[in-house]
Design a protein around this ligand. Structure first.
Ligand SMILES: [Zn+2]
Length: 165
């Protein structure tokens, strides 16, 4: 066992002392699901005034509607009371400002070995990708028209969300 997690486990002991979600049902209390990027500048709950328990959050590089994101959204809508879905890529996202070759070259340099086989979901046109992703969710056969689906861009410098779809 490593001590690499000691600070986090110590913090968790404090957290557990004040934990208030015990026995919680796990539904999305605000009826919200958010698909967004893994970027650490994004605080997906607080940026829309929510708190733990309110929303389902699915994150990946770029905030894309992948098959796994769709799986989460279908579960959210049918089992966890999701009624509003936000797809939220962001400004200055590495996945939208790098080419596949660039990312592979950077990882190859960091890893000290060839990374040309590694897949990365780079986004060539963030606006077009967002419109596509929103359309994929809206037209999914298991996501009914009663669910509101919106596409937004989060500005990591101002904290503002702008609706694009
Ligand atoms: Zn990003």
């Amino acid at each position: 066992m490593t001590d690499a997690f000691d600070d986090l486990l110590s913090a968790n002991r404090d957290y557990a002392e004040h934990h208030e979600l015990g026995g919680f049902d796990g539904i999305a209390h605000a009826g919200v699901a958010i698909v967004t990027c893994m970027d650490s500048r994004i605080d997906p709950l607080r940026m829309v005034g929510l708190k733990p328990g309110d929303a389902k959050i699915f994150r990946n590089p770029g905030g894309r509607v992948t098959p796994q994101a769709l799986e989460a959204l279908v579960l959210g809508v049918h089992l966890l009371k999701v009624r509003r879905i936000l797809v939220v890529p962001h400004t200055r996202c590495a996945m939208a400002s790098s080419t596949l070759d660039e990312l592979r070259a950077r990882v190859t340099e960091s890893a000290g070995q060839d990374a040309s086989w590694q897949t990365f979901g780079v986004v060539e046109d963030q606006e077009a990708a967002l419109l596509d992703d929103v359309a994929v969710v809206r037209t999914h056969p298991l996501i009914p028209d009663t669910v509101a689906v919106g596409g937004f861009v989060y500005d990591v410098d101002t904290g503002r969300l702008t609706q694009r779809a």
